[in-house]
Design a protein around this ligand. Structure first.
Ligand SMILES: *Cc1c(COP(=O)(O)O)cnc(C)c1O
Length: 433
């Protein structure tokens, strides 16, 4: 459920008409809803509250939406953070996430990132390989501390999601092999800089069926038993993220957090560990839209092309994952047509939808791509020298720009000319006004 609804024929974000934001900020612009974010936190928290021992740690996967204001909203609601880079760690800390609620995931943590995380005093490192364990131990020893760790275990289950966001098959780059896990833990016990706390698993994203997660968690339960039998003290189990959200209303709704929570309670009963969750998409996916404007409607051989001012650099998901986003006019004209929706970028991949039945639109009309709060702005680039999209956060009647539109002059000014090229007298024309 979200807080993007039509009132008096105009799509609103909470109490704010999107037409007002489009006018004031220009398009394209991402718009997020505080009430929707907070509602999703509440629903997820209630769903998993009774699972594991003590209160579970809900560590928001920062990569889904790293905007500082979004993270601060989540930090205020008591969430931790799952980070995959030093940059995300610093963002989470800047947004007010306490260090002990931060989990560090990822296959390529560098020694510098490890040292940063140890200085900050994060809650847990999820290690993805034995060489990584050795490097972290060495960094921790050099700093005179012990790093709290879990191994991310690859359970070799098929998550049944898009190949680019499936992470739990043995051929994927993630985690240590399930069959070698007991041996890896035994070797890690001898590393002086590590303090083994638990186990971790994450099989993929946009999961629309609970069966693969259930199978993976059951294997983790068996592993916890085997590790304890070998004398390890296992206090935490990190079950990752991945719960899907509805994008296409014509498809079955993915399992709700309540069903996920019930499955987790059932599978993890008797584990005697504190559970950690790393939800990203399910918290912010429906809490954001990409607001764009129609530049022109170009006749096509079959259906017309609706050319909008957003492009694949702003919202990559359709181009990268063949993702489906619902498309709605901010002020519907009352009739519908079938069209292709495309951006201005010089690639055929810059296509948001083909042969889509949608509100009929005309040049100048504002249009929304729904469910763009996760893996939207965060994946944006400046391809075609397009500035990064601004972001707005709505809170009831209030709204605020939480990332300003990047001036194109700033983008150009970031480049510099080497000494062997002549200074361009016209460059002054490019200086920031
Ligand atoms: C991306 C990721 C998540 C979040 O996935 P969602 O599908 O957004 O919930 C959680 N944990 C890890 C390790 C990830 O890489």
């Amino acid at each position: 459920m979200d807080h993007f609804d039509y009132r008096d024929g105009v799509m609103h974000a909470e109490d704010v008409p999107l037409s007002r934001i489009a006018e004031a900020v220009g398009t394209p612009v991402y718009v997020y809803s505080t009430a929707t974010i907070e509602r999703h936190v509440r629903v997820f928290r209630e769903a998993v509250a009774e699972a594991g021992t003590g209160e579970p740690l809900i560590a928001f996967a920062v990569k889904a939406n790293p905007n500082l204001a979004v993270l601060a909203t989540l930090a205020r609601a008591g969430l931790g953070a799952d980070v995959v880079s030093g940059g995300e760690l610093l963002r989470a800390r800047a947004a007010g996430v306490p260090a002990d609620r931060i989990v560090f995931s990822g296959v390529g943590k560098t020694a510098d990132e490890m040292a940063l995380a140890l200085r900050e005093g994060i809650g847990q490192f999820n290690l993805e390989s034995e060489p990584e364990a050795e490097m972290l131990s060495a960094v921790a020893v050099s700093m005179g501390v012990r790093a709290p760790v879990a191994f991310r275990v690859n359970p070799n289950v098929d998550a049944g999601t898009h190949a680019k966001i499936s992470t739990g098959k043995s051929e994927d780059k993630f985690g240590i092999a399930y069959d070698g896990a007991v041996a890896a833990y035994a070797r890690a016990r001898d590393l002086a800089g590590l303090h083994i706390r638990g186990v971790a698993v994450h099989i993929g994203s946009q999961l629309t069926d609970l069966a693969p997660s259930r199978a993976a968690f059951a294997k983790i339960g068996d592993l916890i038993g085997a590790l304890r039998a070998s004398g390890h003290d296992i206090a935490t189990a990190d079950l990752g993220g991945g719960l899907g959200v509805p994008y296409d209303p014509a498809l079955p709704t993915p399992p709700l957090p309540a069903a996920y929570g019930a499955m987790v309670r059932e599978v993890t009963a008797g584990w005697g560990v504190r559970l950690i969750f790393e939800p990203g998409r399910v918290i912010v996916g429906n809490a954001g839209i990409l607001l764009t404007s129609v530049i022109r409607v170009k006749p096509g051989v079959t259906n017309p092309f609706v050319v909008v001012d957003a492009a694949m650099n702003d919202l990559l998901r359709p181009s990268l994952y063949d993702a489906w986003h619902d498309i709605r006019a901010v002020v519907p004209r009352g009739d519908r047509f079938t069209a292709h929706i495309v951006g201005p970028i010089c690639e055929s991949g810059d296509t948001f939808a083909r042969n889509r039945g949608m509100d009929r639109v005309e040049p100048g009309d504002a249009v929304c791509f729904m469910t763009a709060g996760a893996y939207g702005a965060t994946m944006a680039s400046t391809y075609n020298s397009r500035a990064l999209t601004p972001e707005v956060l709505v809170n009831g009647r209030e709204w605020s720009i939480v990332r300003a539109r990047q001036p194109i002059e700033a983008l150009i000014a970031a480049d510099s000319l080497p000494s062997w090229l002549p200074a361009n007298p016209d460059r002054s024309a490019m200086e920031i006004a």
